[in-house]
Design a binder for this molecule. Structure first.
Ligand code: 5AD
Ligand code: SF4
Length: 439
């Protein structure tokens, strides 16, 4: 009987894709996936530390395995990802959970196979965290689970050091993949039937800066869009400070690039943006939005916003609300500032009480939801094209997104996953749309 693996993923799409790589490594070693931890021979936690609650969640779930491990000493437990990469975190983890067998970091995920070999020959735990980025390994061994969408890393790491953010400390400096490697991977995926590619990087706009201007991000996009096939191209995340006309023109001119841009603004007050080290003002951000709408009038915009950053006043917060209204985001990911030790903001005076943060996030979410509902209502009676990506068993409905990221649901006797489907929209509620196939 084959041995079984279970991977528990926290955090962003970058992590979800890295879990696909972990799955690929385990499958190449003869493991198959299972859904129940009681059946598993190995459980891998792919962690995130960007906010404290993601970290607490992982700690809670790892701790809960103590009993299982006691009853099944052959079970391997591995913990990797951003959380373990923080200074001193591996030791803290080992102390708290001595039953963990393997600890690895963000830079040596590719060598999980070798760590498994080391563990097989030893009773002791294997702890291997690299202090520095290694070479980019180019073999694509991912076991993809998101058909018809596929994630493709174009770069790793971040050089920006926004004052609240732990990412540059746990993912190292920016490293861009060679353009030909990226286009080979994208070609292979499209030839293999994938219909939507999402390019991943912490700041895709600085793609290529470490490769002596060989190929900029807009040039990479144009290169990937040379194919005639029908497919969608998305990317995340764009830092507003480097978002410019060349990129906007590529979005306007390449039909495969979706007219949805995720452009995290974080705050609407210039004083807070400066403290965050974001390197743009609210007015500059809005000018970029204007530029985007000039070239791509139907483009939708999503964003990340944080409330309760140190010293944020009611007036600062109101500037955020007013920017949300002005930019007309179709939706936003909203966060309460979380103090991350090791970052510049963690040492700042004027940390905001939790009760104030909670009150602000509720007001922000209310405004964002109102805007999202208004945008949804515009869909009533319209026909949209979605890429069918899944079947929701509970609802008995197929679902997929339009190019603007809006989720549409429909009934079908036939499996339509992987097809572009035209939907006539009837009811709308919140973010989801209900439709009838129009063909
Ligand atoms: N606290 C709260 N939110 C954070 N983010 C990053 N760091 C923190 C933090 N310390 C949010 C930012 C970023 C998103 C991925 O996570 O909004 O864009
Ligand atoms: Fe963090 Fe800023 Fe880098 Fe994004 S750009 S990963 S928020 S440091």
């Amino acid at each position: 009987m084959k041995k079984k693996y279970l991977i528990v993923t926290y955090g962003c799409q970058m992590n979800v894709h890295e879990s696909e790589k972990i799955a690929g490594i385990l499958r190449s070693r003869g493991y198959e996936e299972c859904k129940d931890e009681k059946e598993a021979d190995i459980i891998v936690f792919n962690t995130c530390c960007i906010r404290e609650n993601a970290e607490n969640h992982a700690y809670g779930n790892i701790g809960a395995l103590k009993k299982l491990k006691r009853g099944n000493p052959g079970l391997l437990i591995a913990v990797g990802g951003c959380m373990t990469q923080q200074e001193g975190a591996a030791e803290r983890l080992r102390k708290k959970f001595p039953f963990v067998d393997i600890v690895f970091g963000t830079h040596n995920l590719d060598s999980l196979g070798e760590l498994l070999d080391r563990k097989a020959g030893s009773k002791k735990a294997v702890v291997d965290i690299w202090g520095k980025e290694g070479e980019i390994r180019e073999d694509d061994y991912s076991f993809r689970t998101s058909y018809p969408n596929a994630w493709v890393n174009i770069m790793y790491g971040c050089n920006n050091f926004c004052s609240y953010c732990i990412v540059p400390y746990v993912r190292g400096r920016e490293r861009s993949r060679a353009p030909e490697k990226i286009s080979e991977e994208v070609d292979r995926l499209i030839d293999g039937g994938y219909k939507e590619i999402t390019l991943l990087g912490q700041n895709v706009n600085s793609y290529g800066n470490d490769r002596e201007g060989e190929c900029s991000f807009p040039q990479l996009l144009r290169r990937l869009c040379r194919r005639e096939d029908k497919f969608r191209l998305r990317f995340m995340t764009s830092n507003p400070k480097d978002f410019g006309e060349e990129l906007v023109r590529a979005i306007a001119e390449c039909p495969q690039i979706c007219h949805l841009v995720h452009l995290p603004v974080q705050a609407g007050s210039d004083r807070i943006l400066k403290l965050m080290n974001r390197k743009y003002t609210a007015a500059e951000y809005l000018r970029k939005v204007e530029l985007l709408r000039k070239y791509v009038p139907d483009c939708q915009l999503t964003t990340d916003i944080m409330v309760g950053f140190p010293t944020e006043t009611e007036e600062d917060f109101r500037a955020t609300l007013s920017l949300v209204r002005e930019a007309g985001f179709s939706t936003a990911f909203t966060f309460v500032y979380s103090r991350r030790s090791g970052t510049a903001a963690a040492k700042m005076e004027g940390q905001i009480p939790e009760s104030v943060q909670k009150e602000r996030i509720m007001r922000l979410v209310e405004l964002v939801n109102e805007q999202t509902r208004e945008k949804s209502a515009c869909y009533r009676g319209r026909t949209i094209e979605i890429l069918c990506e899944d079947y929701d068993e509970k609802k008995g409905l197929y679902l997929g997104r339009d190019e603007y990221g809006r989720m549409g649901y429909f009934r079908s006797e036939k499996n339509r996953i992987g097809e572009f489907v035209r939907l006539k929209i009837g009811e709308t509620s919140g973010v989801s749309l209900m439709g009838e196939p129009a063909d």
